[in-house]
Design a protein around this ligand. Sequence first.
Ligand code: 5CA
Ligand code: ZN
Length: 424
Amino acid sequence: MHSWSRPVVPPLPGRGPVPRVFDDSTGSLVEAAVVDGRVGLYVCGITPYDATHLGHASTYLAFDGLQRLWIDAGLDVDYVQNITDVDDPLLERATATGVDWRELAQSQVDLFRTDMAALRVLPPRDYVAVTEAVAPVADAVRRLVDAGFGYEVDTPDARDAGSRDIYFDIDAAAERTEWHLGLESRLDAAAMAEFFAERGGDPDRAGKRNRLDPLLWRAARVGEPSWPSPVGEGRPGWHIECSVIALDSLGPHFSVQGGGSDLVFPHHEFSAAHATALTGQRFADVHAHAGMVAYQGEKMSKSLGNLVLVSALRAAGVDPSAVRLAVLAHHYRDDWEWTDQGLAEAITRLERWRDAVARPTASAPHDDEVALLDELRTVLSSDLDTPAALAAMDRWTAGGHATNGLVAQTIDALLGIDLTRPTT
Ligand code: 5CA
Ligand code: ZN
């Protein structure tokens, strides 16, 4: 799939430090692995059955911030994102609304791209829909079955008599690979059982070897899309889609696997398990997760319907830079609630910042402009502390200094906010 237009990231004088991020698999702040000056980032993409909400935006803005710091540190970033364009909730929504599932996905992906471009989010190099990766996923499932990591389960409701769903044997993987249950998520058995059941798992499915074994391949059902493959006609399971897309685009071991904290378990735990069973290597070096955005007291989610859509804010005339600033006012790892007041504060702040950089220019960067750049580099490179960065810029703004443009470039490059006034 094509992604979206790339915003210009102005180069800044000097070089920032390599950022450290919180790694959920070790519980510590780390610099992700750099290989030959390159870093690889995979961030789990949308399931396109409803438009981009502030929760999605917040997660993608967090990893956009990480990329901007890597770029400022002189590194090249290979960024990959998937689109889960075949999945149960998408198919259910399409059936419920009488829309073809492909059209529903396409329309929501189009909207997502427009939202991301408006928010000045750096696009992925590879933007891969599951429907584009069915053959490599099926091949990976076949290899897992051949190696004894995948097994068939009786599927009485399969469309074709005798065809069967295929599951991943987590106990076999734990015995025979470097992966073990909890390697990435560090959760206890009770939390795993709860999240597995809540987040798409099927602990009570008859015939599974372990209640937590995840689905690798779903045999064709009547009325569902399916593809012929060496493992029978069907469609990919959820976790294997991200393993295969990441491995194909980034290789067996890459720097950061990212997404929202709702993906820590089972999704990222099992994507890593599948990948390690396929390659014999540790999957991502670092697992980083953004906190959940709530609205009206509950996690903002398509299934609950308590959504604030980026596209609706845009349609109401809200400057996307203000939306971005409202999100960046929160630390990316915190859970927080979207409010009208937070947006109003961001709009005021954006105005103040724009006024400040529009002051008469000076010929060379002032010491205080360089000091601000240094401060932003310091606070952002320590686990992306955007609230501290915003406070630093607020202080500079309140100081009433002249500027030769370095501050605007700093805010643009590191925070992705364009302080030139939009022409309306
Ligand atoms: N397609 C899968 C990932 S492979 C998926 O989770 N899709 S999604 O559309 O539900 O979410 C897209 C991204 O937004 C994921 O990284 C998810 O963790 C994140 N996300 C979803 N809801 C929220 C929320 N309320 N706050 C923050 N991030 C969220
Ligand atoms: Zn994913």
